[in-house]
Design a protein around this ligand. Structure first.
Ligand SMILES: [Zn+2]
Length: 147
């Protein structure tokens, strides 16, 4: 197995783990999970949800997402701000293509690679990451057999 194949297997594993992690989300409309990996260690994780101390409900009675809900990537990156780890040079694995707001955070956090599974209807986040020379990889784990 060459290095490229090894990296692909690793990427698929972390991406699947991000998918499992997304199941923690109590949001109804969309469950997003994310992992930040550096030197083969998971240094942070996140899923979309309300800030600490807020009720675990993401949507209002009309099924509209509350404006204070944090995206998975924002949760993972802000968790790092309270830890002794740092994301400089790390890879971010996320179930869904990052939005433009999260992409700004990803760039500023020094993350160098982003691997995501599902496309989002808007590509502005991905476009911004590419402009910042971040290595962006779209992988659909469903297209690969479990190894
Ligand atoms: Zn976002």
């Amino acid at each position: 197995m060459d290095d490229k194949e090894k990296q692909l297997r690793l990427d698929l594993k972390y991406l699947r783990m991000a998918g499992i992690w997304s199941e923690n989300s109590y949001c109804e409309r969309r469950k997003v999970g994310c992992l930040v990996v550096k030197d083969k260690m998971i240094i942070s994780d996140g899923y979309n949800g309300t800030p600490s101390g807020f009720e675990n409900v993401c949507e209002d009675e009309n099924n509209v997402t509350h404006p204070y809900v944090l995206h998975a990537e924002a949760n993972a990156i802000t968790k790092l701000a309270r830890s002794s780890n740092n994301s400089d040079g790390a890879t971010l694995y996320v179930t869904d293509a990052p939005c433009i707001e999260c992409s700004k955070l990803i760039i500023q956090a020094g993350i160098k690679r982003v691997v995501y599974a599902r496309e989002y209807r808007l590509s502005e986040g991905i476009d911004l990451l590419k402009r910042a020379k971040i290595n962006v990889i779209h992988l659909n784990p469903d297209e690969y057999e479990t190894k």
